[in-house]
Design a protein around this ligand. Structure first.
Ligand SMILES: Cc1cc2nc3c(=O)[nH]c(=O)nc-3n(C[C@H](O)[C@H](O)[C@H](O)COP(=O)(O)O)c2cc1C
Length: 369
């Protein structure tokens, strides 16, 4: 499955895999795709250094990338404590009451709240970049718009391609003007932060808006047939996030959460502001329901909501509190019905792609020898 972009990066298949887990990212690259490690959970640069070092040793010499969450607009001199101070008491009480109603235990003393999304903060993302540029990362992706101009220039100086996610053609045009090299057109169905336009509509709109820049189709892809659809719509590859969550290499850290994902259908997700303050697709749970309920206090804007709920989410995950337990995931969760290795998932994708191409060739009256 070769395209101009896959040839440029030296990979066998134009399948890009976003994942927060180094073992999954490395396995994707080893399988012939392009693994992209999500950095948002790394608040300590040394942890990222350790894991990128590990990936370097476990990708079998194949290329890989890093995804940071860096807002294009710079917020100078604001610390996590300053942001914490902006959280209203009513919201703090709402979190405490919700957890108490579901009997969620406190974390034990000294047990740090592991789930923090402070990677969005300028200074954290910049410290991640310093580490990334010490490693042979081949692509740097950014979730919230194009990275700042100096970061794009720094990447280009080192021969690193820059990618950015876009939920509309207008976003994609702004990315192109900012000098990025690859646009990830991410549709409404996708896990994580999403816009309101479905992939079927979005991909060709973005291709038209930024061509000849390469576009990757993202959102709702979990089979080779869907990969073929993305390429037919003009994409030079696909970018998958949800599908890897139930692979054997993924470190979700909760059997109950894996079981919930395996059992969920495509209608069991919701686009909610409950986790970060921006609409992000995730499993629908009692937690998303209370935040989306008009009778509740409603969510706070990013980044306040993320800070407000960080410890609560850690507690829910630590004690596997069933009704509240969730994760970002896309509608493709309905196809994630068994735990398989990354290699098995990958082989299934490439076989399905070949089947789809054969079928289309037959329909078009071409031989498929
Ligand atoms: C658990 C999870 C976490 C995500 N976190 C990020 C992130 O930190 N940065 C980012 O650029 N995209 C993130 N995404 C979105 C993915 O990069 C990708 O665009 C999306 O998963 C594609 O749609 P799919 O879920 O239907 O495969 C996340 C997705 C999931 C499922």
């Amino acid at each position: 499955m070769e395209t101009e972009l896959s040839r440029q990066l030296g990979i066998e298949h134009a399948i890009f895999g976003f994942t927060p887990f180094p073992a999954v990212a490395a396995a994707i690259s080893r399988a012939g795709g392009f693994g992209v490690l999500g950095a948002v959970r790394y608040t300590a640069p040394d942890d990222l250094r350790r894991d990128l070092g590990w990936m370097q040793e476990h990708t079998g010499g194949m290329p890989y990338g890093l995804d940071v969450v860096m807002p294009a607009k710079k917020v100078e001199g604001v610390s996590e404590a300053d942001v914490e101070a902006m959280i209203p008491e009513t919201h703090r009480r709402f979190v405490t009451d919700t957890l108490a109603r579901h009997g969620v235990p406190e974390l034990a003393e000294g047990e740090a709240s592991g789930w923090r999304i402070t990677g969005w903060m300028e200074q954290v993302a910049r410290s991640q970049l310093d580490v990334a540029f010490d490693h042979p990362v081949k692509l740097l992706a950014n979730a919230l718009g194009p990275p700042p101009a100096d970061v794009v220039a720094r990447a280009h100086d080192r021969g690193v391609l820059v990618a950015a996610l876009a939920g509309s053609a207008a976003h994609a045009r702004r990315h192109a003007e900012a000098g990025i090299d690859v646009v990830v057109a991410q549709g409404y169905e996708a896990g994580g932060h999403t816009g309101e336009i479905a992939s079927m509509v979005l991909t060709p709109e973005v291709v038209e808006a930024v061509g000849p820049l390469p576009v990757l189709a993202a959102g709702g892809i979990g089979s080779g047939e869907q990969i073929a659809a993305g390429l037919a719509l003009g994409a030079q590859g696909v970018w998958l996030g949800s599908l890897w969550l139930t692979t054997t290499e993924a470190g979700l850290g909760s059997r109950a959460l894996t079981a919930k994902l395996l059992a969920a259908g495509s209608g069991d997700t919701v686009r909610s502001r409950a986790l970060t303050g921006k609409p992000a697709r995730q499993l629908r749970t009692a937690w998303t329901d209370v935040w989306d309920d008009p009778a509740g206090p409603g969510t706070l804007p990013m980044p306040l909501q993320g800070l407000l709920v960080a410890e609560a989410v850690s507690r829910i995950q630590r004690y596997e509190v069933g009704p509240l337990l969730g994760t970002p995931v896309g509608q493709i969760v309905g196809r994630m019905n068994s735990e398989r290795s990354v290699r098995e998932v990958f082989d299934d994708l490439t076989r399905g792609f070949e089947r789809a191409v054969d079928r289309i060739n037959r329909i078009a009256g071409r031989s498929t020898s």
